[in-house]
Design a protein around this ligand. Structure first.
Ligand code: PMP
Length: 438
């Protein structure tokens, strides 16, 4: 039954009274979402919305098999990893089977931030260093040491800039960045990583290069071909560890591959997993090589009270089963291609669409006030989001200029859903920004 008991303004007032003021809320008129079914959310008046932005509920909101797996295990046992348990070992094995064979040792945590925090500790132990190379626009998590390596935060409102041990490289953005020739951009952007390795080893000792396999908060950026191959080579030559942050894009979302880094033809030393891994259940993981795992085993136990508990592992196993049995990776490719093609057709008709990019069901639409100067259309992006919501489609904006519509729906998002998003965006742009390209 829809929960209509507390009125919106009362809820908003209580929220402001009892919750920290750093909590943001979506939309001018906030939504009260009371239930979710697969790619749809429902508000307190039973209005249906197509959720195009939740990459956490990867196999669908409240997928019955995930719910059942959690309920069943929760009714039997939920404890920590200090006892033998089938789920823990089965899940670790299943996860490793999805990864290149070098990545064969798992650690379970409760969020993407915990995964990156652990990866950072591992890289420091492996190298004896503490210097980190990060990509401009990146976000890696909410802890103090991850804010320090997240330009999205340390350069944003309230941020204090990069600390001395952090070496930032230019975002490999072929739309807006300094190198735009797809054939050579990967190598050119990676030269900045080479320079950063030199700086890091002059100042201290390079520990790690952290890179999202496709960038989320940076604005749905697809790395140019070979970027990671060159960058990883430079980092390894300089003694550093390569960390692929797959928190946003892993588990088949990019369609052509199960993992984002595979689209770059590389094998990282550490991968970090979160968001979609538990379909909304707080689960995360780090998977690494035997070598990194051995150096991290320096006598100090790594214990995580909730990480790897039998309920989390049951949920994680159900998610992997569903992706495989429902063919969701292949589905993401087909639905994503259809959506991207539809958005590209809109780009031919609306000058405001400067760029359409992405892979599978991880897409971005960059809005500009002028295609030549690339002046960002940040206000327009905000209005588009509001109007799309009024017409039943949930999206949000991102990117350093906050002018990129981000699209990353649950993976069963259908071809019909794709057509609906294109049609609705067409209507909204006709109202808000009808000019055709010159
Ligand atoms: N890495 C990336 C790329 C992310 O997008 C996020 C969350 N937006 C995180 C790490 C942190 O994950 P969590 O919020 O689960 O701690």
């Amino acid at each position: 039954m829809p929960d209509t008991t507390v009125k919106h303004d009362e809820l908003l007032a209580s929220r402001q009274q009892y919750l920290g003021p750093t909590l943001s809320i979506a939309y001018d008129e906030p939504l009260k979402i009371v239930r979710g079914v697969m790619q749809y959310l429902y508000d307190d008046e039973e209005r249906q919305y197509l959720d195009c932005v939740n990459n956490v509920c990867h196999v669908g909101h409240c997928h019955p098999r995930v719910v059942e797996a959690a309920q069943e295990q929760m009714a039997v046992l939920n404890t920590n990893t200090r006892y033998l348990h089938d789920n823990l070992v089965r899940y670790a094995q299943r996860l490793c089977e999805t990864l290149p064979e070098e990545l064969s040792v798992c650690y379970f945590v409760c969020s993407g931030s915990e995964a990156n925090e652990l990866a950072l500790r591992m890289a420091k132990t492996q190298t004896g260093g503490s210097d980190v190379i990060v990509v401009d626009g990146a976000y890696h998590g909410n802890t103090s040491s991850l804010i320090d390596i997240s330009p999205y935060k340390y350069k944003g409102a309230g941020g204090a800039g990069a600390p001395p041990h952090v070496h930032e490289v230019v975002m490999p953005d072929v739309y807006r960045g300094p190198y735009r020739d797809a054939a050579t951009a990967g190598e050119q952007y990676a030269r900045h990583v080479l320079d950063a390795t030199v700086q890091a080893n002059e100042r201290g000792t390079l520990a790690a290069f952290f890179c999202e396999s496709l960038m989320g908060c940076g604005g749905q950026i697809v790395l140019p071909d070979d970027y990671l191959a060159y960058a990883f080579e430079h980092v390894r030559q300089a003694g550093g560890v390569c960390v692929a942050d797959e928190v946003q894009v892993g588990f088949g979302r990019v369609g052509s591959r199960f993992w984002g880094f595979e689209t770059q033809g590389v094998v990282p030393d550490i991968v970090t997993l979160g968001k979609p891994i538990g379909n909304g259940h707080p689960l995360g993981a780090v998977v690494t090589t035997q070598e990194v795992a051995a150096s991290f085993d320096n006598g100090m136990e790594y214990f995580n009270t909730f990480g790897g508990n039998p309920v989390s592992c049951a949920v994680g196993l159900a998610v992997l089963d569903i992706i495989e049995e429902e063919g969701l990776q292949e589905h993401a490719l087909a639905a994503g291609n259809r959506l991207k093609a539809g958005l590209a057709r809109l780009q031919e008709r609306y000058a405001a669409i400067g760029d359409v990019r992405g892979m599978g069901l991880f897409l971005g639409v960059e809005l500009v006030a002028d295609r030549d100067s690339q002046e960002p259309a940040t206000d327009l992006a905000k209005r588009v989001i509001e109007d799309m919501k009024d017409r039943g489609v949930l999206l949000s904006t991102d990117g350093p200029l906050d002018n990129v519509l981000k699209i990353k729906p649950p993976l069963m998002f259908s071809q019909l859903n794709a057509d609906l998003v294109v049609k609705t965006l067409d209507e909204v742009l006709t109202d808000l920004a009808p000019e055709a390209p010159k």
